[in-house]
Write a protein that binds this ligand. Structure first.
Ligand code: SF4
Length: 165
């Protein structure tokens, strides 16, 4: 069973996208390697900001932290999602737990040349903590959460798994 300290950025992102996705992931279902969306994400990571090294926080791996202690995350999608924002705040939260005074996060969207700046506030910290608890609650459920409506599953790497019937 997943522990508090094991909750990482992927868990937070899946929590906000689809609790069923999170539940499957916590049980070892890993169809990502089949997903073109994930491959695109990896390609963007490989070709963007190559001068920076990823920061490994154990369960969470973020793209890099600048000298002013802002977290930077590079995304392959066109615009920010609630999951992107929650994931970024989770990284700030984890850094604070380790004694690093992260100021916030900057999300980069090279496909649309867009950036979003998210300060790490007390409210953000409380939400990040609540998200960790929500991940633990979903993971502890004995049966899988319901599927989303089909239209909301577009691009999800678990589509074949959920809709194979
Ligand atoms: S295919 Fe749909 S229901 Fe299944 S995990 Fe993905 S978003 Fe959730």
């Amino acid at each position: 069973m997943i522990r508090y300290e094991d909750v990482g950025g992927v868990h937070i992102k899946y929590l906000h996208h689809c609790p069923r996705q999170l539940w499957l992931y916590t049980r070892g279902v890993r169809p990502e390697h089949l997903s073109a969306t994930v491959q695109l994400g990896e390609a963007v990571h490989d070709s963007t900001y190559t001068r920076h090294s990823p920061v490994d926080l154990g369960a969470a791996k973020l793209d890099f932290v600048d000298g002013r202690q802002w977290v930077h995350e590079v995304k392959s999608s066109a615009r920010p999602t609630p999951g992107d924002r929650a994931q970024a705040m989770h990284y700030c939260h984890q850094l604070h737990r380790l004694g690093v005074e992260a100021q916030g996060a900057i999300l980069h969207y090279p496909a649309t040349r867009r950036t979003e700046r998210l300060p790490y506030t007390e409210e953000a910290a409380a939400e990040a903590e609540a998200d960790i608890q929500a991940v633990l609650n979903v993971a502890a459920a004995l049966s899988s959460p319901d599927r989303l409506t089909r239209s909301r599953c577009r691009g999800c790497s678990f589509t074949d798994y959920c809709w194979m019937e």
